[in-house]
Design a protein around this ligand. Structure first.
Ligand code: GDP
Length: 336
């Protein structure tokens, strides 16, 4: 075990880092972290609340987006699906009058078919995800938040909608009244998730700029994960998914206003509340940051290029290192 010394200016890139991650927004920072850390130092806890059965297949959209992104197989135009995929299956399905509201590329189908086959044979989602990421040559640890069913259900003005009906079929248009996580009372975190959060030399836990309500809350709803974050030896830092009062993409700001929240980065920090040891604001929100009761970093958080992703990952970890030296957490991880 590596000993953390409080006076170390820069910590080793071999020290483990955990990140909580949804799909597209989260995968951007996950890729940055993956690039700057040593091969197997990154542990990604992935949202499975969006998982669903479609055309008889078990689809795990966030796991797949992260796996494709880290493997360099992602479609950079859509953010989801595989690069250079073809669409013969969807065309043939449309000819038959089948359900075409959820697009599945020909190459993308393979992951869903193989996952479904193995789940039906009794294997765990964790084992299957690990094997898929190794097959893709990914050295980071991709950890589904749970192997148990936990499904995000959006209660809207039009009634309760399964997540993909709300997000894809209805394009997040119905106003959200409440978000429920079916199965959260019985879902348990996988052993690998708990082990990652209990690593004694953990450098940081990063909450990626994912949708807090749709991508991070389902992870926090799994029994034991919130507590493990509070108890872990490393600082927990969230990167704002709101820049200048707006979401870069997706319904985060819209849901905030539907929940009568101000759509500001500060409101996101307040929403995560005591879970956090630090918060990362975008340069645009510097004025807002200065009143923050929480330790904070102001930097460029908009990730357009790979360089942006790596730079933000570096900034977040450097910020985490300053927090590591604070007595509350340093007491746990500091020199014996
Ligand atoms: P997911 O929740 O991780 O599946 O990803 P989404 O693509 O739905 O985006 C979730 C949140 O991430 C939204 O609020 C976006 O505004 C935010 N986001 C996306 N890209 C960026 C970025 O480059 N920088 C920051 N700070 N936030 C981003």
């Amino acid at each position: 075990m590596q000993t953390i010394r409080n006076d170390e200016p820069e910590r080793s890139t071999a020290m483990p880092v955990v990140a909580l991650c949804g799909g597209i927004g989260g995968a951007k920072l996950a890729l940055g972290l993956y690039h700057i850390l040593e091969s197997d130092a990154l542990f990604l806890i992935l949202n499975t609340g969006d998982d669903f059965e479609h055309l008889g297949l078990h689809i795990s959209p966030d796991i797949d987006t992260v796996a494709y992104t880290l493997a360099g197989k992602n479609n950079p135009k859509t953010g989801w699906g595989r690069r250079d995929d073809t669409w013969n299956f969807m065309k043939a399905l449309a000819e038959l009058g089948g359900e075409t509201w959820f697009s599945l590329g020909d190459g993308d189908l393979a992951i869903h078919v193989e996952r479904t086959r193995r789940l039906k044979a009794g294997e765990s989602l964790s084992q299957i995800t690990d094997d898929i990421s190794r097959a893709f040559g990914i050295s980071a640890h991709l950890l589904p938040m749970t192997d148990d069913p936990l499904r995000t259900v959006i209660e809207t003005e039009e009634g309760a909608l399964p997540f993909q009906d709300y997000f894809v079929r209805k394009q997040s248009k119905p106003a959200v009244k409440k978000i429920a996580f079916e199965g959260a009372d019985t879902a348990l975190p996988s052993a690998a998730v708990m082990n990652a959060l209990q690593l004694p030399d953990l450098r940081a836990v990063v909450i990626c700029p994912s949708n807090p309500f749709l991508s991070i809350d389902p992870i926090l709803a799994v029994a034991g994960i919130r507590r493990a974050l509070t108890d872990c030896s490393a600082p927990v830092i969230a990167v704002s998914p709101i820049i200048g009062g707006q979401a870069v993409k997706g319904p985060t700001a819209k849901i905030m206003s539907e929940f009568s929240m101000l759509s500001t980065a500060r409101a996101i920090a307040d929403y995560y509340g005591e879970l956090l040891d630090g918060f990362v604001f975008d340069n645009t929100d510097e004025a807002e940051a200065s009143g923050s009761p929480l330790p904070y970093l102001v930097t460029q958080t908009l990730m357009e290029s790979l360089e942006d992703r790596k730079q933000l990952a570096h900034d977040v970890l450097t910020f985490a290192d300053t927090l590591n030296a604070r007595p509350a957490k340093a007491g746990v991880a500091g020199p014996q």
